[in-house]
Design a protein around this ligand. Structure first.
Ligand code: ADP
Length: 170
């Protein structure tokens, strides 16, 4: 990967949505290689394990030949160093994202002065989309088609379908 322009796209991705996919595609067009990195944060309750999230991302980005997925624990800047990324990709959906992203961006730059942070905007149709909303809709049996890539849709239906079936037996 030497001399390649590598970008790291870190996040929780619990689960990966079409908004995340949109950003990954934009990143793949801008950089030689994009690494989608699932943050493993034991303090946060998540629906899917980091391994499951990585599997779903890999299945969703199969057609993008310069995109790979992994999970990591610890600092984003250390993960960036490990994969040889000079740039971080983050998303801005609305002004409400700005303050948090700005603080985190400045902290990451302080921790790793050589790192550049690039903010990308998704297509307008994904600006309202986030993983929490998708989980809520799926949990209550609402339609999630078009909100997440098909491999994620299958896993969500499996997960909540099984829970609903278990509840039925109780
Ligand atoms: P985190 O917990 O690190 O914010 P997320 O998985 O929620 O992780 O998001 C990862 C990145 O993707 C963030 O920069 C977030 O702003 C961006 N993002 C999330 N949802 C969307 C979306 N619908 N469109 C574009 N970017 C998004």
């Amino acid at each position: 990967m030497k001399h390649e322009n590598v970008a790291l796209f870190p996040g929780s991705f619990d689960p990966f949505t079409n908004g995340h996919l949109d950003l990954t595609q934009r990143g793949a067009a801008l950089f030689d290689h994009v690494v989608v990195a699932v943050a493993h944060n034991p303090a946060k309750t998540s629906l899917f394990t980091p391994e499951e999230r990585v599997d779903m991302i890999r299945a969703s980005v199969k057609k993008l030949k310069n995109v790979t997925a992994m999970h990591f624990a610890g600092l984003v800047v250390d993960c960036a160093k490990q994969v040889g990324a000079q740039t971080l990709i983050r998303g801005l959906r609305a002004v409400s994202d700005f303050e948090f992203e700005f603080q985190m961006g400045l902290m990451n730059r302080r921790l790793s002065p050589g790192l550049e942070i690039v903010f990308l905007m998704p297509d307008q149709e994904y600006t309202y989309l986030n993983s929490t909303l998708v989980k809520e809709v799926a949990k209550h049996g609402g339609p999630i088609q078009g909100l997440v890539p098909p491999p994620v849709e299958r896993r969500l239906l499996e997960r909540f379908g099984r829970r609903a079936a278990r509840r039925g037996k109780e």
